[in-house]
Design a protein around this ligand. Sequence first.
Ligand code: NAD
Ligand code: ZN
Length: 604
Amino acid sequence: MIPARYGASRFPGKLMQDLGGKPVIVRTYEAAKATNLFDEVYIVTDSDVIFTEIELHGGKAIMSKKDHDCGSDRIAEAVENMDVDIVVNVQGDEPFTSKEGLEQVLSVFEGEDADKIDLASLMTEMHDWKEISDPNSVKVIVNKENFALYFSRSPIPYPRDKNADVQYYKHKGIYAFRKQALMDFYHLPMRTLEAAEKIECIRYLEYGKNIKMAISNTQGIEIDTPEDLIRANKALKEDKDISVNNKYRNFPMVPKVVFGKGCFDQLSSILAPQRKNKAPFIFLVDDAFENDHPLIDRINIRFNDKLLFVSVKEEPTTVQVDQIVKDIKSEFNYKPSGIIGIGGGSILDLAKAVSIMLTNKGSAADYQGWDLVKKKAVYHVGIPTISGTGAEVSRTTVLSGPERKLGINSDYTPFDQVILDPDLTIGVPKNQWFFTGMDCFIHCVESLNGTFLNAFSESYGEKAYDLCNEIFLSDDLSEVDSRGKLMMASWHGGMSIAYSQVGIAHAMSYGISYVLGTKHGVGNCIVFDHLGDYYPEGVALFKKMVEKYQIEIPQGICKDCTDKEIDIMIDIALSLVPLWENALGEEWESVMTREKLKGMYLKM
Ligand code: NAD
Ligand code: ZN
C-alpha cells in the first residue's frame, strides 16, 4: 500500500511533480510493482488528481478520507475490510524504492523470532555527521536482535565519547505490518513522544509493540524538497533503468562446460552425482531427433527419467513453458533432479525457463524482464545442436508472452552445465545453419558498435566476430574445424552481450517475430540487411556472406501489414529501451521516432 497525500506540508504537490516524464507517484507505483514481491499494489490517496493519474497508467488506486494524521492511518482505513496477512507501507515519495530493501523487510517474518514481531521496518547506515545531525533524517537505535529501541530527529545516541564505536542508522519509511498491528495502531490515540518528534512509528513503541529493523544499504532518493527532485531527475537520466544498465554487472557465468568432438557421451557420468533419489531427469529434446536418431540411443535414460520431444516450429512462449511445468508437476511427486535441454536456441531457452518455473510460482510471463526471478532454478544442463544464438551461455531466456516478447533475464537463468559437442551440429540444413550463425555475427556487430561497450565485452565480441569472418568467408576451413569454431563463436558472442547489449536489428526483429511469427535468426537477417546506415561495415560483410551461400533473405514481408500490425511492431521494438540506448546513446528517442521506424519496417 502506498499512501499518497496530495498536500505534503514541506513540498506541496510533490507527488505529482515530473520525474523523467512521469509523476513521482507513478514512478513509485511502478517501482513497487516491478519488484514482483506483492500480490497486490495499491495507491491510497485523498486526491482525485492522484487517483485519476494512477488509473490512467493502468494502476490500482483507492480513495481515502482527507483527515488522516499519517500514512499508516490512511492505509489502515483501506485494508480494514481486506483479507490480508502482511501489509507493506511503501512511501509515495520514494520512487527509487529498491527490491532488495523490501525483500529484507519481508524476510524478517521468516526468521526464528517471527512470532514476536508486530511490524518490521528498514534502516540504513549513516556516516556523515551533517546528515546525522539533520532533523529531517530520522535516526533509530536498536538492541542486539535489531528490535527498535527509539526513533528520533536528534542524533541518537548522543556522542559524549567521540571515540565510542557507534554506528548511526537512518530510518527508512518502509513498514511491513501484520494486519492486526496496523489495525491496533489505527485505533490507538497518539501519545506525547510521537506528538513531539512527529515520527509515527514511535506510537508502536509507546504502546509496547515490537518493531524489528532490517538493514539495507542500497540508497534511494527520497523526494522531500525541490532540490531532491532535481537530484532524482539527474539520477534518472544518468541511469535510466537502475537495474538494467548498471555500470557494474555481477554477471554469473556457466560454472561447468565441456568441449570437444564426442564429449556428449560424458552426459551420464556428468548427471550421476546430481541425481536425487527418486527424482527424475527430464530431457527436453528437439523433435528433429525424434525418429530413431542415433543421438537418442546415446542418452542413457534411467529409472523414471523422461524424454520429452518438443517441436520448435514456433519459438518458445510463456504458455508453452507453463504447460510443460504443469505436466511435469502432475506426473511426478518429486521436483526433478534436473532439466536437460538438447537442441537449438529454442530448446535451450525452454529448458532454462522450465527449470526456473519449477521452483517459482505463477506464470513464466510474470518473470519476463530483468531480475524478477526469486528462487534458484532446478539444476539445468544445455546441449546445443546448432550454434549461433549464444543461448547456451547467456543470462536470459527469450519468450513470447501475452504482452511482449522479452527474456527472463536473471542470475538463475544460466545453465549449471553446458556440453559443447560440435558433432551434434552435423545435419543442420544449410539455411538454418546460416540464419543461426548470423545471429552470432549480428550480436557481435551490435555489441561492438554499441555505446555500452567496454573491454570485457570487446574481448569476447572481437573474437567471435573474427571467428565468424573465418567460418563464413574463408575458403580453406575444413567442416570439422568450422563446426568447432562456430560453437566457440556462439559462446563468445553470447558472452560479449554480458556487459553490453544487442541493438537495432534485434529490437526491430523482436517486433517482426511478435507480429508475424518470423523466426529470430531470419528476422534478424531481414532487418540487418537494411541497416547499412547504422552498421556499414558489418552489413557489407553480411551481404558478402549472403551472396557466397546464396541465401534468400525474405523481402517485403511488412509491406502488406495493417497499420495496427505495424503499430504493434513499433511498440514492441521501442519497449526494448536498453537495446536502443546501446545502439544510439542516451538521446535515442529523438533519433528513432515512430515515423522513422514505420518507414523502415515498410521497406523490409
Ligand atoms: P531453433 O532452436 O529454433 O531451431 C531451428 C531449427 O533447426 C528447428 O527446426 C530445429 O528442429 C532444427 N535443428 C536443431 N538442431 C538440429 C540438428 N542438429 N540437425 C537438424 N536440425 C536441427 O533455432 P536457433 O536459431 O538455434 O534458436 C533460435 C531461438 O533462440 C529463438 O527462440 C531465439 O529467441 C533464441 N535466442 C536466445 C538467446 C538467448 O540468449 N537466450 C539468444 C539468441 C536467440
Ligand atoms: Zn539474437
